[in-house]
Design a protein around this ligand. Sequence first.
Ligand code: BV8
Ligand code: ZN
Length: 324
Amino acid sequence: MPVKQEQNIDAELRERLRSARGVFVLTGAGVSAESGVPTFRGGGNTAVWKGLPFDVISSAGMVARDLPAVWEWFDYRRGVLRHCQPNPAHAALARWQDRFERFTLATQNIDGLHAAAGSRGVLELHGNVWRARCVACGGREDIREMNGGRPPACRACGEWMRPDVVLFGEMLPVDVWEEAAGRACACDVCLVVGTSAIVYPAAGLPVAARRAGAYLVEVNPEPTPLSEICDATIRRRAGEALPRLAIAAVLMGFNRNLLVQMQQATPATLGLAGTLAVLLCYGGHLRVVGESSAARLRMGAVGSLFGLASTPQPGTCAGSILWA
Ligand code: BV8
Ligand code: ZN
């Protein structure tokens, strides 16, 4: 099946989101790019620090060879991250968590920005840059609450601590991985945002989701090895695309509520709801249940103001506005 490349949110994707009970999202460095967090790859470049490619300095071998250098590299990264705030993409995903029966956010990022935006239960596949872990007893500490010393010593057993992140050549935390793999295989829509999709095993999650029957969507300005098996790709930056998707999802929920709750709504409310939907929803459609023919007229007027096709329907449906 040919991949759909969308600049806007197409009708099938909206419908898939509307009917989805399980949504699984995998994010990568690109979701934090608009927060000012550098990505690892992109534009033909690979991150290098003090002459070392990042997959060398961020490797299991480096921890064994030169733990102080690993700390220096992660202290530098924390210095950059300290000034970074969640962006609209993080915020949009945080809003999604209560919109679906089952919503899972798995990230390859170690920056903690999803949680900072309000996402709960984020599956951090590669750990977290703000945590340290004892190499001997496995005890963990929040680096922001530790004082000095590099490498720091474990308060429980006195051994060295290391950054609590998954480096190249290391296994992912088994519980987090199993949870993510199970959720990926049980979702209806899988959204892959801002990842080059080349680091395994994380890059295998969307492939597994697709094989299990999920509708697979990629949000990335650039194509990736995953693009060709996607059902739809949105070639936009995450900070632009996700708020639009989120608004579509919010209004879909709103739409369902309207059908149930707005029987008694005044024409003014209905008109306002229609206007909001049209302005925000990028081609979303809003069906409003109401008694009043004035509401239908008002929505028709709103539709023509914004250059939209308005299709008033008889009976209980006061109006339906569609993107022309
Ligand atoms: C393991 C944490 C088993 C630390 C990271 C050969 C073939 C296949 C596999 C391998 C192989 N050789 C080695 C392997 C395995 C290796 C691997 O996959 N290597 C790849 C590179 C070939 N994997 C492992 O080692 C994993 N463990 O396999 O365990 C094992 C164990 C022991 C012995 C044997 C086997 C562990 C991998 C974990 C690595 N840890 N980070 C740190 O950060 O320092 S990886 C690093 O890459 C990042 O943390 C990130 O999590 C990950 C993925 O990168 P992305 O997130 O995708 O970011 P990237 O920069 O690549 O791309 C950014 C994208 O965003 C681009 O597409 C760009 O277009 C897009 N973008 C830009 N701006 C925007 C945007 N998108 C949207 N909006 C925007 N505004
Ligand atoms: Zn310890």
